[in-house]
Design a protein around this ligand. Sequence first.
Ligand SMILES: Cc1ncc(C[n+]2csc(CCOP(=O)(O)OP(=O)(O)O)c2C)c(N)n1
Ligand SMILES: [Mg+2]
Length: 359
Amino acid sequence: MSIAATFEIEYLQYLDAEGKPVRKDLPEFTRDLEHMVELYKLMVSTRVFDTKSIALQRTGKLGTYASCLGHEAAHVGIGSAMRREDVLAPSYREYGAQLYRGVQPREVYMYWGGDERGSDFQKAPKHDFAWSVPIGTQCLHAAGAALAFKIRKEPRVAVCTIGDGGSSKGDFYGAINIAGAQNLPLVAVIVNNQWAISVPRRIQSGAKTLAQKGLAAGLFAIQVDGNDIIAVRKAMDDALERARSGQGGSVIEAVTYRLGDHTTADDARRYRGEAEVKDAWTRDPVKRLRAWLESKKAWSEKKEEAWKTECEAWMDEEVNAYLKTRTQPVEAMFDYLYAELPADLVQQREQLLALERGH
Ligand SMILES: Cc1ncc(C[n+]2csc(CCOP(=O)(O)OP(=O)(O)O)c2C)c(N)n1
Ligand SMILES: [Mg+2]
């Protein structure tokens, strides 16, 4: 028998569920404890933000909201590895990555409140893409950005995130295929949270890992413990460096768990058991990094309390700013999709204005 090719998928993990190192070679960046504390603080603020967002939706102040509970290590790991000039093309729940890049909670609220101005980031890079609710399209946008970087010879990387379910879609395969074929600086992160609304990972794909889809495209592929921010960050750092220096794109599968409902429009108790969720909580990413930082004497209960109080005040300020934002006129729904409105929509816009004037 002769072998045409052989492959393997590395699994990367540095901290176990209790925050204890499982290997000795922790990456260089972990020595900078101030930076590690900064990452931890953002994971905590992302969680406080998430809780506030659900409360806002429950009181009728947001349309729908997709929670990121349990994804904090994956998301902050992605955002913190990127440079400002890189481009992020997220799906709809990667707030931890976006907050790191300067997206303001008030902008997230505007988006989920139906105000398109939320996507016009005031502090985050203007070149970052807005949220993508259509599953998978953001991967193609990122591949397009990566192609532009290559043509312009700019040392920049396009990063897209996609769910386990989304990685079954043609858009995802098309994006990674072109990245492999043209050696584009694309990093596609599959945030495998085990569920695509009510469809579990085990019936989503016959592939042993989702990372291996990258191999078929000719990309570097790795699976990481998505609840271990050190592993996510290390895989991201390496992938960004390879892409930036012209050595090609990557697919990173971050294995995590969606601890909340799919969105506020969902009730996950209808399709998944409590025992599974309880078990997943034992691998809570926030608890894990906290335990490691405490073992390094870099964090304490006192600091935790103080930071949570600060986060609450920050989020209250953001909520107030959102609630004070003047709502848009109804015709604004026509104003953000096209640079030049097509004739039929011009007509519909006029009809709407006429209706409003009572004609
Ligand atoms: C093109 C398209 N098809 C279907 C949907 C409906 N939909 C919204 S979320 C979702 C599941 C996505 O699951 P996954 O990719 O695992 O991401 P997660 O929500 O778990 O982060 C589906 C099918 C959609 N938004 N867009
Ligand atoms: Mg999923």
